[in-house]
Write a protein that binds this ligand. Structure first.
Ligand code: 7PJ
Length: 277
């Protein structure tokens, strides 16, 4: 297995970002809702993404798109835990669990997940304690508000400094709970309570988050900030997504969370060819 030491903060910025491939097992995901709820279909897609160059598979069982329905812990577990086990059995690739629920995190840890990806940055009840008991990397993502209403009227004094302040607070909370800072990754949370302009400002100034000396993860793939600029639906956002991923890579992203692995890997090869020349 590729060690998650790959995520270590001392990876040079010039080395290519890792590809985190998205596997949503939700009936209502915004871009591939319902496509992968059957385990065999999901495993087939995962095998394909691995062959295309995915470094990590991110499994999500709760849709966090704007206005999405809430899902119970039991249902979320039924969606994700068998799949995590099946991937660990068949493939040699780190698996990340995209969840905010402490009980789902605990079950995923039992199923030998390699990383936790929390869009609520361990603010849900019990999450800090569960993660403190494990020794895995954990991604803290910024979100303003809650998915049901986060896009209604996002407001910041300054989107960059407000999010930097949020990370300072969450890193301190983790530290207090016994989670070593070296285990943390940060993600500004594109599309989570941000206007299109705020999202693009985050992309332009992504390098400011390097001040934490933690790996930076970004998810831009097929998001509405791309659809708004291109005026296109979710299935027409490939070129926009890859372009945005490339800009993020140039601006300091260490992990790119994407749907389209092959296209993103090819784009990164071009960037790398330029950098190494
Ligand atoms: C993100 C995520 C993201 C991290 C989702 C979607 C919505 N986790 N989970 N960052 N987005 N870390 O894929 O559009 O941006 S779900």
């Amino acid at each position: 297995m590729k060690p998650l030491a790959l995520l270590a903060p001392n990876r040079s910025n010039k080395s290519s970002p890792l590809i985190m491939a998205i596997m949503n097992v939700t009936p209502d995901s915004f871009s591939d809702g319902g496509k992968y709820i059957h385990i065999d279909t999901a495993l087939h897609q995962i095998e394909k993404m691995i062959s295309q160059g995915a470094d990590i598979i991110d499994i999500g069982g709760e849709s966090t798109r704007p206005g999405a329905n809430l899902v119970s812990a039991t249902e979320e577990m039924q969606r994700v835990i068998p799949l995590i086990k099946a991937i660990k059995q068949r493939f040699n690739i780190p698996v990340s669990i995209d969840t905010s629920k402490a009980s789902v995190m605990a079950a995923a840890i039992d199923a030998e997940v390699d990383m936790i990806n929390d869009v609520r940055a361990l603010q849900n009840e019990g999450a800090l304690a569960v993660v403190a008991q494990a020794a895995l990397p954990i991604c803290l993502m910024h979100m303003q508000g809650v998915p049901q209403s986060m896009q209604n009227n996002p407001h910041y004094n300054d989107v960059i400094t407000d999010i930097i302040d949020f990370f300072k607070q969450r890193i301190a909370a983790c530290s207090l709970a016994g989670i070593a800072t070296e285990r943390l990754l940060i993600d500004p949370g594109f599309g989570f309570g941000k206007t299109v302009q705020q999202n693009f400002r985050l992309l332009a100034q992504l390098a400011e988050f390097q001040s934490f000396k933690l790996p930076i993860l970004v998810g831009l793939s097929r998001k509405s900030m791309i659809g708004k600029v291109l005026n296109c639906e979710v299935e027409q956002r490939l070129v926009g997504s890859v372009s945005a991923a490339l800009l993020a890579a140039q601006n300091g992203a260490n992990i790119l969370r994407v749907h389209d692995v092959k296209a993103t890997v090819e784009a990164l090869k071009i960037l790398n060819a330029m950098i190494t020349a």
